[in-house]
Design a protein around this ligand. Sequence first.
Ligand SMILES: NC(=O)c1ccc[n+]([C@@H]2O[C@H](COP(=O)([O-])OP(=O)(O)OC[C@H]3O[C@@H](n4cnc5c(N)ncnc54)[C@H](O)[C@@H]3O)[C@@H](O)[C@H]2O)c1
Length: 476
Amino acid sequence: MAQLPLSSSSPTIFSRNKPYLKPLNQCSTSFSIAAACKNSTYPFRKLFLQRQKPRKSLVVQVNAVSTNLETPVQTSSSEPFKPQRVMVIGGDGYCGWATALHLSKKGYEVAIVDNLIRRLFDHQLGLDSLTPISSIQNRISCWKSLTGKSIELYIGDICDFEFLTETFKSFEPDAVVHFGEQRSAPYSMIDRPRAVYTQQNNVIGTLNVLFAIKEFREQCHLVKLGTMGEYGTPNIDIEEGYITITHNGRTDTLPYPKQASSFYHLSKVHDSHNIAFTCKAWGIRATDLNQGVVYGVRTDETAMHEELYNRFDYDGIFGTALNRFCVQAAVGHPLTVYGKGGQTRGYLDIRDTVQCVELAIANPANPGEFRVFNQFTEQYSVNQLAALVTNAGRKLGLNVETITVPNPRVEAEEHYYNAKHTKLVELGLKPHLLSDSLLDSLLNFAIQYKDRVDKKQIMPSVSWRKIGVKPKTVTA
Ligand SMILES: NC(=O)c1ccc[n+]([C@@H]2O[C@H](COP(=O)([O-])OP(=O)(O)OC[C@H]3O[C@@H](n4cnc5c(N)ncnc54)[C@H](O)[C@@H]3O)[C@@H](O)[C@H]2O)c1
């Protein structure tokens, strides 16, 4: 398991008592975040999974069974492997929750694996989602009551191989979608303990998943969330995973060079190398989805009920660019452009995240194949996003201004950027492009919840240059 920073005792995300939840209908343990946080004097210090009296089962009222559920996308290849059982690691998070519901609706058998650490980060840093989010247990119960569909739940840390083994043996996945990582670049740059935590959690977690596939589910397809940030901002076009190079008269197709710009991004690069190696050495089938920055909050499924609402981060540590700007506009805070604002990245709507993952699952990689897709739909610079939000906000009567903030990151602020992203479109992706109507609805959503915004969390508080050895107390 990942070593947790500054714990006075041994790392405590998991006790040795197998504190994971069985599938929901056999639920026997539970996890109390509130209790953990009360005792916590520092990040991770006392994160206990508390074993409580066995609960018989969660009673799920099935009020209505939708008859309008679609069937999984048919695979376009002649590959006979037909995935049906999908394990979503990190299924309580922003991308994972929306994806788990989407796959369940499409007819896949879904299990969520998550240690709920993301909720704990919020408690420890004094942050909160713009949207109120229900517990994972209530979310799953609500989904069952609305659709009649069950989602199995395993609560635990994938860095604990014993736990992961049990989940694999119990659920027997055909595909694993791996979202379960510490995913914030600023979080990984707060201090040494969080840098170490991020790399241990992400690299060891992924390594464990690879070993679990090798040992228990050889045919299982790994769909791993990477990030476009692994490539950095080279002064040439970015290809999808590989580049053909001629050097001193010889030609080869090689992994595209990686130039990560935070300890978080570096953990993703290492994951990619480990996955590529195990595809070659063990014949694992894997797809690395190098995802761009995700925006939006609603998918068809999460919009069905308030209890299914997804998280929406707007703070300087976990908030992503467009989502942050919409909240800033909604509360009358100037849009915070870091540096010159020419930083250009690939972006996508969360409705396309869930679509892309389904396409990858329905069209699996071949055994031994390490496939890389660039998962985004459009490129924008930070200045362009600020201009789009300003226009959309003014149409809604908001007074939107922009300020330049000294860039807390070390990155090029004006650069060439042209990244390929055709492979998912070839598989059938129908992108939801950023339109006025989407911006309107995002802004209206932010306005609806603006009373929940803590303006103190908006400005960036983490500096790439000032990262220190000592643990930093992040003030609320
Ligand atoms: N959100 C984005 O814009 C974006 C962009 C590019 C790539 N990604 C990638 O997509 C994935 C999901 O991102 P997200 O925004 O949904 O993040 P998130 O933080 O909302 O969700 C991650 C989930 O994984 C869980 N988790 C973390 N470590 C775990 C562990 N060791 N064991 C079990 N569960 C664990 C967390 O509790 C959380 O619920 C990440 O791998 C991230 O790198 C996200």
